[in-house]
Design a protein around this ligand. Sequence first.
Ligand SMILES: Cc1ncc(COP(=O)(O)O)c(C=O)c1O
Length: 357
Amino acid sequence: MSRFWSSTAAGLTPYIPGEQPSEGRMIKLNTNENPYPPPPAVLEAIRSAAGDSLRLYPDPNASGLTAVIAAYFGLAPGGVFVGNGSDEILAFAFQAFFDHDQPVLFPDVTYSFYSVYANLYNLPYTGVPLDRQFRILPSAYQIPNSGIILPNPNAPTAIHLPLEQIRELLEHNNDRVLIVDEAYIDFGGESAVPLIAEYPNLLVIHTLSKSRSLAGLRVGYALGQPELIEGLNRVKNSFNSYTLDRLALAGAEASFAEEAYFRENIARIVRTREVAAAALREAGFNVTDSQANFLFVSHPAVPAPVIFRKLREQGILVRYFDKPRIDNYLRITVGTDAEMAALLKAMKQILPEADSL
Ligand SMILES: Cc1ncc(COP(=O)(O)O)c(C=O)c1O
């Protein structure tokens, strides 16, 4: 606490990102990054953009990238907004669409940044309980609200909500915006993008950080009808005109031309996920049905913090959230086959040891 902080700064509880260790020897399964590199053409595009033109500001409207994304999804360019990671877009969206009259609704177990943004903007919010199997219940959202936000698949549970239930949420909430944060949708879920034409209250947010191996480039995008995109632009242009730099614009644009690489990369991760999930179940873990690039697991006999600590001692980083309902779970990013084999091997050492604690 400092006497120089504003009352806003003093009142914040910032999000704590997963650890990014400086030494490269850790097996990093803690921040849902992609274990495979971006395609060579993306790296080449970034290298070519690193030239004299860096003297100049980038295009404040990101017109080139916006047009590429619009064409990829069969939308008009006015239906696309791009930002510095989807986190930035989420922050803009909270400001653009949610109000103080009623609470913002999101699942009680979900991406921890949502409550951070609500606090930042002084928006009231309600965590709507998941059921006992950690599923989202659309009927529970039929209460007064100033908007709804949820990830699909949900994080950190990895569980996917079928499209029909997204439709139900939209139908029962047609005066307010529903934001579907599809950070992990490419790993198996069914996207809500086809519903955009039908529902003016739907905003879908994607990121290049996970399925496109570009967490370090910081690019996300939102898709919706033009009036929602204009709302985001109003907030963005009252904050920072140039949220994406020239290198990010070039790399992101190139990424959408690499469809075969993208699909193969995802297929590989999904295969590894299924093998790892089966092996963890075999080792006694409860594993939710994941449609994401991570697994959400708990062991009936050994507390999650113990496993977390022992994995760390063996150089393997996973994510642990000391929060109600999920404090006996670990979130494990799907890495390469070799990384998952190392994780399994470490687990098999830890479990019998910890059993006798
Ligand atoms: C549900 C969810 N939404 C959004 C993000 C943010 O992604 P980025 O800011 O890298 O686009 C994450 C990152 O972990 C996430 O889990």
